[in-house]
Design a protein around this ligand. Structure first.
Ligand SMILES: *Cc1c(COP(=O)(O)O)cnc(C)c1O
Length: 357
């Protein structure tokens, strides 16, 4: 006897990247920052006492909202803190798209979007990216024609790392009849940073929701803290109706505040990742594994064939180096490689060149 709703019974769940327990694995498969979080975060963690946990935390993570608002030059009601960026995606779908209604995405992109759409029993409208991995010009028209209530785009794009200009996204938000989520999980790694900024656009576009996370740029994937940026009117139903009453815990709030207050430290890691990204891409090209131009902390490297990509993935894994392989249309002959420390990248390159193992 199965008690699941029909849509839950017929769906398959999200498949996360491998999270090995062995400490000596070189982990270049789930886009974590290779550098530790700031010293201020470590101090905030050390200062937490068990009696701090006796009471409920701030239901709205109010101090974090204020700090994030100051960081972005916005007001605190333009910020919604969430339990990882993933919670914001779930909140957006459950708040803005009802069962049977249409959610639009580009394909390929983050594989969690279709899963959350299935949980809510929405209809997915995937729009394939063009051969050059850009969005087709009729993206908004296709979604408006389908009556889509919500569209989700990731920028910089995953898994290519390519960046779409802010102006193009503003135009989509302006013309789209539903809510546009721009998933900016990797925005901290854009080079140069001032080259792309959508935050001010939430003042004019009341259907634009930006996703931010501390998982990548702030080296806190284990903490589970993200936030949304949007017009106060857009955030209000998520903030006051659909969100869990205490969706971010006390420890996460304390550490998230310390992280955003010490953003200058995180910035150093972003610079190092950008430099290594450039070097790693050049070296991979020399090994006949050219990469798409990435503005993120990972590279999508082309292999000779799907069989070549699979066997390289397997061989690297056997040698203790994890990268990501997607057995999917258009991705089967590629490997997604997180930019690691110079030492980790060097080892990866040596293994790929067949100099070891
Ligand atoms: C990492 C990531 C997120 C958010 O991850 P959280 O760890 O839940 O904050 C969202 N979108 C994409 C594309 C990501 O890679």
């Amino acid at each position: 006897m199965s008690y699941e709703r029909h849509n839950i019974e017929s769906m398959s769940g999200y498949v996360p990247g491998e999270q090995p327990t062995a400490a000596d694995v070189i982990k270049l498969n789930t886009n974590e920052n290779p550098y530790p979080a700031s010293a201020a975060v470590a101090e905030a963690l050390a200062a937490i006492r068990v009696e701090d946990l006796r009471r409920y935390p701030s239901p709205t993570a109010q101090r974090f909202r204020q700090l994030a608002a100051a960081y972005h030059g916005l007001d605190s009601d333009n910020i919604i803190p969430t339990n990882g960026g993933d919670e914001l995606l779930r909140l957006a779908i459950t708040t803005f798209a009802g069962p049977g209604e249409v959610v639009g995405i580009a394909e390929p992109s983050y594989s969690l979007y279709p899963v959350l759409t299935e949980v809510q029993d929405c209809r997915l409208q995937p729009v394939p990216l063009l051969d050059d991995w850009t969005l087709p010009g009729n993206f908004t028209a296709v979604l408006n024609d389908a009556g889509a209530r919500l569209a989700i785009l990731v920028n910089p794009h995953a898994p290519t790392g390519m960046l779409m200009p802010a102006a193009a996204l503003r135009e989509i938000a302006r013309d789209f009849h539903g809510v546009l989520v721009v998933d900016e999980a990797y925005v901290d790694f854009v080079d140069p940073p001032q080259h792309y900024d959508l935050t001010a656009a939430v003042r004019e576009l009341d259907n634009l929701l930006l996703l931010r996370t501390l998982s990548k740029g702030f080296s806190l994937a284990g903490l589970r803290f993200g936030y949304g940026i949007g017009a106060a009117s857009l955030l209000a139903p998520m903030m006051f109706k659909t969100r869990d009453s205490y969706n971010t815990d006390f420890i996460a709030q304390q550490l998230a505040c310390a992280a955003i207050e010490s953003v200058d430290q995180a910035r150093l890691s972003w610079d190092r990742v950008r430099q290594e990204r450039q070097r790693l891409a050049a070296e991979l090209a020399r090994l006949e594994m050219p990469c798409l131009p990435s503005q993120s902390n990972f590279l999508l490297a082309q292999c000779r064939s799907a069989a070549d990509a699979r066997s390289r993935y397997q061989k690297l894994k056997h040698d203790g180096i994890l990268v990501r392989y997607f057995d999917q249309h258009r991705l089967q002959d590629k490997l997604r490689i997180t930019v690691g420390t110079p030492e980790q990248n060097q080892l990866l390159l040596q293994h790929l060149a067949g100099q070891v193992g």
